[in-house]
Design a protein around this ligand. Structure first.
Ligand SMILES: Cc1ncc(COP(=O)(O)O)c(C=O)c1O
Length: 469
């Protein structure tokens, strides 16, 4: 019998790549048995956010704050200057942001939503519209709490999990222009643009789109702010898939993209390879003064923003590591490896494969379940029961309720997200994950949905509880 074994590179007709690091320290994993998993999940109200991480085998809940830091970052933590004011690590962070993102003024925050809160409070007047390329949960909530009205202006392809358009994160300029014509430029707070749109499946924005957006917003005197959380991964997709960028380093693409925007907020817990941290950076001096004043109220003094000096040092070093081409390539290609396996087995996932996660299309997994039976939440529960793998819902539960009507928002995308932390798991872990998804796919016809038992007022997906129908 001839066996046809192939390396990962051979499977896709090219030379293999490998991670640009080796492992120096390990953290043992634990796997509890099926009966214990059933009990743990029932106690967690079928919500993977409510599981104890000790009961999880491979944790793909999120890529947020779950990355492995390098030896250099750990060494940097030992140089933390824990002064209340003027810590040297703040100035190192400021220099790293100026160098790699290009903005002039920097306000540190404890994480991304701290920055979202500040920018929303300062830049939105009650009743103003905030157009964005799809929503992100915490971003939209802070915009709404500041009195803003979120409007989705992403291209239509983003809502179609089967569309293979390469830049499904792009803003539809016609939709934005229609909003400006209808409401007037003075009633638009700013355009909220996210790199690799999380809720659309990690889909990137092209350089051509941000340039055109810049031109349109400048013509109307509207500010353009960037959610730079996964902008490094966005730069990788531009390098790979947009004409004219193939020979440019990711660091240069990132700088150029940011130059088309007026400022950015960041959850450094993703791209920047740290367990905690965020920032807000802006070019406008007056706005910066306001933000620098407000951060003192909610986060801490403007040279630490809720962080320890050591956290800022780890972030400064992480920013520099995060833009290295070989790092980004191995990170995104690992995600792609898992996605290609699942696609090969004809398991429905969002295409093209995004930068940080594989999104399983729960509507096509469970066509017998209505959206009110929470197909994506159900699939996350099934994966945990099968193998102890933790994923999360990105569908009707995450979308929350319409603040005006109180009805469920009903997104077209009903997805279960397998999010890959950076520099944490190996290819063998990806194989185990793929086989578990295959097992859930095999038993899909007999899978029953869930009933909502309890939902909190804000960001309900974190704490809602369910029971089996
Ligand atoms: C696109 C995006 N923006 C903002 C945030 C909020 O950041 P944080 O979790 O650090 O508060 C997240 C976190 O998941 C995100 O994915």
């Amino acid at each position: 019998m001839s066996i046809h074994l192939q390396t990962m590179g051979q499977q896709s007709g090219r030379r293999s790549w490998a991670e640009p690091w080796k492992i120096k320290m390990v953290e043992p994993l634990r796997m509890i048995d099926r009966t214990a998993r059933e009990q743990a999940l029932a106690e967690a109200g079928y919500n993977t956010f409510l599981l104890r991480s000790d009961d999880v085998y491979i944790d793909l809940l999120t890529d947020s704050g779950t990355s492995a830091m390098s030896d250099r970052q750990w060494a940097g933590m030992m140089t933390g200057d824990e002064a209340y004011a003027g810590s040297r690590n703040y100035y190192n962070l400021e220099a790293a942001i100026r160098r790699h993102y290009g903005y002039r003024h920097v306000v540190p925050t404890h994480q991304g939503r701290g920055a979202e809160h500040l920018i929303s409070q300062v830049a939105i007047r009650r009743g103003q519209f905030v157009p964005g390329n799809m929503y992100f949960t915490t971003t939209r909530l802070h915009q709404e709490l500041a009195g803003g009205i979120f409007v989705d202006v992403i291209c239509d392809e983003a809502h179609d999990p089967q569309s293979t358009a390469p830049f499904k994160g792009n803003v539809d300029l016609a939709k934005l222009e229609a909003l400006i014509d209808r409401e007037g430029a003075e009633n638009i707070a700013y355009v909220s643009l996210a790199g690799t749109v999380n809720m659309a499946g990690g889909q990137p924005v092209s350089m051509a789109n941000v340039r055109a957006l810049r031109e349109l917003t400048a013509r109307h005197g509207i500010r353009l702010y960037l959610d730079a959380t996964r902008m490094v991964e966005n730069a990788f997709f531009i390098q790979q898939n947009e004409d004219g960028w193939g020979d440019k380093p990711i660091a240069a693409i990132l700088r150029e993209f940011c130059e088309h925007t007026d400022g950015a907020w960041m959850s450094a817990k993703k791209d920047s390879l740290v367990n905690i941290g965020g920032w807000l950076a802006i070019n406008d001096r007056d706005l910066f003064e306001e933000l620098r004043n407000l951060v003192v109220v909610y986060e801490g003094l403007h040279t630490y923003g809720g962080l320890a000096g050591r956290d800022m040092e780890a972030m400064a070093i992480g920013i520099a590591e995060s833009v290295a081409d070989e790092h980004v390539r191995s990170r995104v290609e690992q995600v792609r490896y898992l996605g290609e396996l699942l696609s090969e087995w004809e398991i429905p996932i969002v295409r093209p494969i995004g930068g940080h996660a594989i999104f399983l299309d729960a509507r096509r997994f469970y066509p017998h379940l209505s959206q009110d039976e929470f197909p994506a939440q159900t699939l996350a529960a099934e994966l945990y029961l099968d193998s102890g793998i933790r994923s999360m819902e990105r569908g009707i539960v995450s979308a929350g309720r319409d603040p005006a009507t109180g009805e469920h928002n009903r997104p077209r995308l009903e997805l279960t997200r397998l999010t890959i932390p950076r520099r944490v798991y190996t290819q063998a872990h990806m194989d185990v994950v793929a086989e578990s998804v295959l097992a859930a796919w095999g038993s899909r016809a007999s899978t029953r949905g869930l009933k909502l038992l309890y939902e909190p007022k804000y960001l309900r997906f974190f704490q809602a509880r369910f029971e089996r129908l």
